[in-house]
Structure formats: C-alpha cells, structure tokens
Design a protein around this ligand. Structure first.
Ligand SMILES: *Cc1c(COP(=O)(O)O)cnc(C)c1O
Length: 395
C-alpha cells in the first residue's frame, strides 16, 4: 500500500468544475491585479477569523515581512520568537534589518514557552528594551498559549504578530472558572499572518497569503505597504514592496474556504483514529509520543477547532531510522524541522546564535516526525501507517 504525506487530487477532483469556472471568469474579466475577487476573499477570511480586517498578500512569508515593515520594525530592533518553526518566521525578521531573540518551546505542544518569553522580555527591559514585536507561531495547527502571551505583550507594551500560517480557523480558549471565551488564530494580536501554500489546510493553486488585523488604520498601512508604499499611486511615503495577492488564487481560495471546517473535522477524525490505533498497538506513550492537543479534540458536543492538525507530529527517539523504514514501505512522512532556527548557517554572521542552547527545541528537532493526516485518507491507509510503525518497533 502507498500512503503519501499529502495528496490533493481527490480534493481538487471534487471542486474541479467550480474552480475551472471561477478561474475562467477571472481570465475573461482581465482584472489581473487585486480587484473584486481579492476583496471578497479578504472579507470572507476576516469574517471566518472573527477579526475586523484582512489584507491579501503574496505569501505567508510576505505576510510576516509586510507586517514587520508596517509596524516600523527595523535595524537595531529585536523580535522575540520561537527557535522551532519554518525558516520564514526568522527570515522575515532579519530581512527588515532586525534580529531574532529566541525563547525555548514547551515540550508537549512544541509551541513557544511563555515562561521563557517572560525571562527574555525582563532581561531585554534591563538592557534598554530593544524587543519591538513578538511572533508566536501556532505550530502544526494548535495555538500557542495566547492568554499568557497577551498578558506579557500588554505588560511590556510590544505588539503581537501571530504566525498563523499553519492554523487558519484554530480556536484559542480564554478565561477560567467556566467563563471560557474563544478567539481565533489571527484575531489575537496586532497582525495575524496566514499562508495559502498548497500544503496548508487552506491552500491555493500556487503561493498566497493574508494579514488580518483588528485595527482599521493598520489595515490601511498594510494595503499601502503591499503596493510599494505608495499612496496615492506614484507617491511613495514608505519603502514597501510588491506583496499583492493574485486574484487567480483568491477565486480558488474563496471556493475552498467553504469546505474548510469540514476538512478540519476530517483531519480531527483521522487524529482520533491514529490515537486509538497507536494505543491498541501498545505504542502510545511508550515507543511513540503522540501529539498533545491541550484543550482536547472533542469536548462533549463542543465543535471548536482547538487543533486543526495541519500536521500530525509524533515523537520517537530513533526518528531517522523510522523515517527511512516508512519511506521503504510506501508511507510518506517528513521532518518539520530537522534544524532549529538559531542553528541555521545564514544566521551565524549576526551574533552568538551558534552558542545559544534551546534544549527543548533541539530535542524536538531530533525526534519529530509528521505522518499523513490529510482529510481524504481512508481507514485502511491510517491502519497501514500504524501497522508499519509497529513493524518497525518489532524488528
Ligand atoms: C508555511 C509557513 C510560512 C510561510 O508561508 P509561505 O506561504 O510558504 O511563504 C511561515 N511560517 C510558518 C510557520 C509556515 O508553516
């Protein structure tokens, strides 16, 4: 049997006629830059995320970059973030001339640890207060501990840029004593950055991204920055860039957005099947550490998206051997991410990053393995994945 890490054929087969008609309409309209398709997607995403404004941009990477630019983060500034994320989280910081400060992750969720963030912010305050923004990443589709992160941001007066690239639609609970309220990824900071890279839960037919914000003026600034910093046309108040979302992507994304909650649900069901199978095979909690969904997956009749499972990431000590074994047996899997951000070669000219140690992030980088979790997987495929892993541990 073959189980790819991701297969988009079935999803596109089901939407093909609708997508082709929408794409044809964009082509016939000759409106190829921004325009009504982009505006409609912006409105739909803002509503879906429960936030006032959304600005379509060219990618998740550019969402981060344009957010930092519009916040005025630049040379001499520092940005607090996690050492365990996709490269763009850190790359965007360095590209505006600032430098990253890292806070280690929590071992269970692999999201940034508010305890470590508090230490970094306190130390920075003592040495002059150069941290100008914080970028929590909602890794693999589960929100970072935003209640505590918001409290830190308020205490130190620094804006939050959420890297929500993997977490569109993920809900985050706030409050205690039965007084729970919810906010969605992208609605919990000054800027929420989304990616429509094809492997994200909401993926385009190419690159695309979005920045959400509750702040009308900031949304306006983002619109100016995504278009070379010009307002009006040819009068440039800022150095922006070409960060515009393509209407061809917007029209496809608008169709897909209507199915997103059903896809989230299917991924969550797959996760539940994995949990049962791993536990029946006697692997859960022994040879294999399953991903922790802090707020559960199904709470009675509760249908909130606490975890949207963009990735289902297990941890195993003999990771590289298992990865090879799975590949040999037709199971697609991937390592997100094999090297932490502070260890990347391109950062070494900028400071003593190579000597810094983030033990939890480094351990995660050596143990993590993402398994297939996409919505259309069959029960037989899920079973084959777990049976194959069980076979590896019996050898
Ligand atoms: C995918 C991703 C990005 C970048 O998005 P692109 O659209 O590929 O530029 C940024 N951050 C994280 C955490 C991501 O997973």
């Amino acid at each position: 049997m073959n189980v790819p890490l991701l297969d988009l054929h079935q999803q596109m087969d089901g939407l093909r006629d609708e997508v082709m008609a929408a794409v044809a309409q964009v082509i016939d309209s000759t409106q190829y830059i921004l325009g009504p398709e982009v505006t409609r997607l912006e409105e739909a995403v803002a509503e879906y995320c429960g936030v006032g404004h959304a600005v379509g941009v060219s990618s998740g990477t550019d969402a981060l970059l344009v957010s930092l630019m519009a916040l005025g983060v630049g040379p001499g500034d520092l940005v607090l973030t996690t050492p365990y994320s996709f490269f763009a989280t850190m790359g965007s910081i360095v590209r505006v001339g600032a430098l990253p400060v890292f806070a280690d992750i929590q071992p269970d969720t692999m999201n940034i640890d508010p305890e470590r963030m508090a230490e970094a912010l306190a130390q920075d305050r003592k040495s002059g207060g150069r941290i100008k923004a914080i970028i929590p990443v909602h890794l693999f589709g589960q929100c970072a501990d935003m209640q505590r992160i918001q409290a830190l941001a308020a205490k130190y007066g620094v804006p939050i840029i959420e890297d929500a690239a993997q977490a569109i639609g993920a809900d985050c609970p706030f409050g205690s004593d039965g007084q729970t309220t919810w906010q969605r990824a992208g609605a919990m900071g000054m800027a929420g950055c989304f990616s429509f890279f094809p492997s994200k839960n909401l993926g385009g037919i190419g690159d695309g991204g979005m920045v959400t914000t509750p702040d009308r003026e900031f949304a306006e600034r983002l619109r100016v920055f995504r278009n070379h910093g010009a307002k009006p046309k040819y009068y440039h108040s800022y150095i922006g860039g070409n960060f515009r979302l393509d209407p061809m992507q917007a029209c496809v994304l608008r169709i897909k957005l209507r199915h997103l909650d059903a896809w989230h649900q299917a991924r969550r069901n797959n996760a539940a099947v994995y949990r049962r199978l791993f536990s029946e095979a006697g692997l859960a909690g022994t040879s294999v550490t399953l991903p922790v969904a802090v707020h559960g997956d199904i709470n009675g009749s509760e249908t909130r998206n606490y975890h949207i499972y963009n990735q289902f990431v297990i941890r195993v000590t003999r990771r590289d051997a298992l990865r090879q074994y799975l590949a040999d047996n037709g199971v697609g899997c991937e390592v997100y991410y094999p090297l932490c951000l502070h260890q990347q070669e391109c950062l070494q000219g900028y400071g003593d990053y190579g000597r810094q140690r983030y033990p939890e992030a480094e351990r995660a980088a050596s143990e993590s393995l993402a398994l297939p979790i996409y919505p259309e997987l069959t029960g037989a495929q899920l079973e084959y994945v777990v049976t194959t892993i069980a076979g590896f541990f019996r050898r």
